[in-house]
Design a protein around this ligand. Sequence first.
Ligand code: PXP
Length: 231
Amino acid sequence: MNIDHVATVREARRAQEPEPVAAAVLAELGGADGITIHLRVDRRHIKDRDLKLLRQVVKTKLNLEMSLAEGMVKVALEAKPHQVTLVPEEPNEVTTQGGLDVKGNLDTVTRVVERLKNAGITVSIFIDPDPVQVRAAKEAGADAIEIHTGLYAEAPKDKVDEEYQKILNAAQLAQNLGLVVHAGHGLNYKNVAPIAAIPGVEELNIGHSIVARAVLVGMERAVYEMKRLLK
Ligand code: PXP
């Protein structure tokens, strides 16, 4: 469960709530197998204090998404989350735009992977479902890849099968190479089933759709509780 957008709501008012740590605890109570946060260089939603607290509170597995920036590597080496997922990051993007170009940055990625793994952190790399990038992730020494499902999620109807096939092929290749396979981005209540059904996919990272639904399914009760106070 990616809780970034709980922090987005908090930061919309630069307020104290909603508390991402509380969201993480409730997500775990609801059955989440892990908590994911993306600590962006601009700290637009998740903050360093969230990482620090979540590292202590999360009982399942804390997955820190981050860029290759040296400052981020230092943060990860200090916080020691269970897992880091390396992602590309652009300052003005609304969300992560695609997979990391591991092939084009092989030396840098390899060095970062090595430093994180030496600290006992499992390393996953977020990549497009492209065999070149899957092989490069293996070469870089990653433990796992997270296959970018955004193009599948956003594909027009006549392109969904094509995008799905790319994910299937990438998952198969990764497993043949001995990589653990994760997937995520843009997954929601309508499109997640075929991705969850892919053999060997061990982890799905889902954020926006679950936070969006939580706002709606929690609305009736939240209003009811306020009305009760008013009476
Ligand atoms: N995986 C990665 C690498 C991401 O960057 C994100 C978005 O932060 C997600 C998964 C979750 O995507 P969504 O919020 O669309 O479920």
